[in-house]
Design a protein around this ligand. Structure first.
Ligand code: HEM
Length: 454
């Protein structure tokens, strides 16, 4: 017997738009989860979304024979800047398969190890900056965004934003944030509204142009002065599909560059910021993590794989705060019945809400608590499948996961090795800032070099 998916009462024309706070959309979805349960439907204008939150249903929709990534309307809007780059491409588009084949080896174990010196280069800049700012207020997200942006640009294109040498962030960051925010807002407007908001539309166009020009300049520079570094850019310029011999076009390389710059830094800087927050809120975990780093005189690429507790801390942080808070799927085989007897239709977008999945009390013990120990020794891998999905699903899962992991282990290890950290405001409680990703809002720390404290 099929059951109706619960839905808040829709309003004429706009549907459930009023249920969603435009600056705190995620909070709205969490509120609706509490009100309507593990599955609910929302309609915006003529588009229908089904939000799923339990491990049982998520496990069902992660079956790639039945479901595929859905390029949501927000991602469709983002295609103005990211085109058919990996993140925003439909799986059926030829460029997704081509780029996936060419770029997968760039994220293999040896390729990621080879990026260690560049990661260390930028991370050392963060440590030097924090040594200079010892005892003063440090805006955590700002600093960690500088770290992750500079790291992805150096590792991918051998390009230096030099964010630690300037007070304000590089213009690229502003342009990128505006494009992300505006792409999201455009979804909630009628298309005529988007056309009539001329100043906003002009700024959007200018920002997209600025981003594309910057990417094109980097490509032209590399073509003029080729090198034999095995970075992403050289792989994109020279790489061929082994079967067909096809290569990526310059236009697609530009889209991939934007994609890597965006996907490759926002989520990781959020992860690092939340990690420091949870360590400060849980002094015992902080102590254990610091004791683990202290076992090693030097942090090398080989040390990183031995940092099992910090690895567990990062995993537990992503459970509680998945910095990409959801992903969307659609049925490949028409209408389909989900566990519980709910039917999703062919054109429904299915949104996996990770805050629900990662705290599903049916599969997680003490789901609201920060307990890194649960992630040790393959911890959650012994639990039911598909209950921890911060990197998405199947062939459309995050290609940059090994990159993010090496970078995060390194950053946390170096920070804890060099500093004792404390809240500026010990009564600070987590507030979340939402763009396409989430970060802690207004989170500030002080650091004190450990050798001075003895
Ligand atoms: C895809 C999360 C870091 C590049 C994804 C997806 C998620 C995700 C959930 C799937 C999105 C979807 O299904 O619509 C994260 C998290 C990260 C992280 C939580 C850090 C903690 C990175 C890094 C890079 C990267 C460092 C680049 C170096 C990408 C790309 C895709 C992707 C290109 C699209 C892959 C495809 O569809 O073929 N990521 N990501 N991500 N990520 Fe990440």
């Amino acid at each position: 017997m099929s059951k109706l998916i619960p839905q808040p009462q829709p309003t004429f024309l706009i549907g459930n738009l009023k249920e969603i706070d435009s600056t705190h959309g995620l909070e709205s979805l969490k509120r609706l989860h509490k009100l309507y349960g593990d599955i609910y439907r929302l309609t915006f204008f003529n588009k229908s979304f089904v939000v799923v939150c339990s491990q049982e249903i998520v496990n069902f929709v992660c079956d790639e024979t039945k479901f595929d990534k859905n390029v949501s309307q927000a991602l469709e809007e983002l295609r103005a800047a990211a085109g058919d780059g990996l993140f925003t491409a439909h799986t059926s588009e030829p460029n997704w398969k081509l780029a996936h084949k060419i770029l997968m080896p760039a994220f293999g174990p040896q390729a990621i190890r080879d990026m260690f010196p560049a990661m260390m280069d930028i991370c050392t800049q963060l440590i030097l900056r924090w040594e200079r700012f010892a005892g003063e207020e440090i805006d955590v997200c700002d600093n960690l965004t500088r770290l992750t942006l500079d790291t992805i640009a150096l590792c991918s294109f051998n390009y230096r934003f030099n964010s630690f040498y300037h007070n304000t962030m590089h213009r690229f960051v502003d342009a990128m944030i505006n494009v992300l925010i505006e792409s999201g807002k455009r979804v909630g407007r009628f298309s005529l509204q988007n056309t009539l908001m001329m100043t906003t539309a002009r700024r959007y166009k200018n920002d997209v142009e600025y981003i594309h020009n910057l990417c094109d300049e980097i490509v032209q520079e590399r073509r003029k002065n080729p090198n034999d570094v095995n970075d992403l850019l050289n792989r994109m310029i020279n790489g061929k599909d082994p079967e067909t011999g096809y290569q990526l076009s310059d236009e697609n390389i530009r889209y991939q560059m934007f994609t890597f710059l965006v996907a490759g830094h926002e989520t990781t800087s959020g992860l690092l910021s939340f990690t420091l927050y949870y360590l400060l809120k849980n002094p015992r975990a902080l102590q254990k993590a610091q004791a683990e780093v202290d076992l090693y005189n030097e942090i090398t690429v080989d040390t990183l794989s031995k940092l099992k507790y910090i690895d567990a801390v990062l995993k537990e942080t992503l459970r509680l705060q998945p910095t990409a808070p959801g992903f969307s799927l659609e049925s490949k085989i028409g209408d389909i019945m989900l566990p519980g007897g709910y039917i999703v239709e062919k054109d429904d977008m299915i949104l996996v809400l990770l805050s629900g999945l990662h705290r599903d009390p049916k599969v997680w013990d003490q789901p609201e608590e920060f307990i890194p120990e649960r992630m040790l020794n393959g911890g959650f891998e012994k639990l039911p499948p598909n209950l921890w999905k911060p990197f998405g699903n199947g062939q459309r899962a995050c290609i940059g996961r090994p990159f993010a992991w090496q970078e995060s282990l390194l950053a946390i290890a170096l920070i804890l090795k060099h500093f004792n950290i404390e809240f500026v405001d010990p009564s600070y409680d987590l507030r979340i800032k939402e763009t396409l990703t989430i970060k802690p809002d207004g989170f500030k720390i002080r650091v004190r070099p450990r050798q001075q404290i003895g």
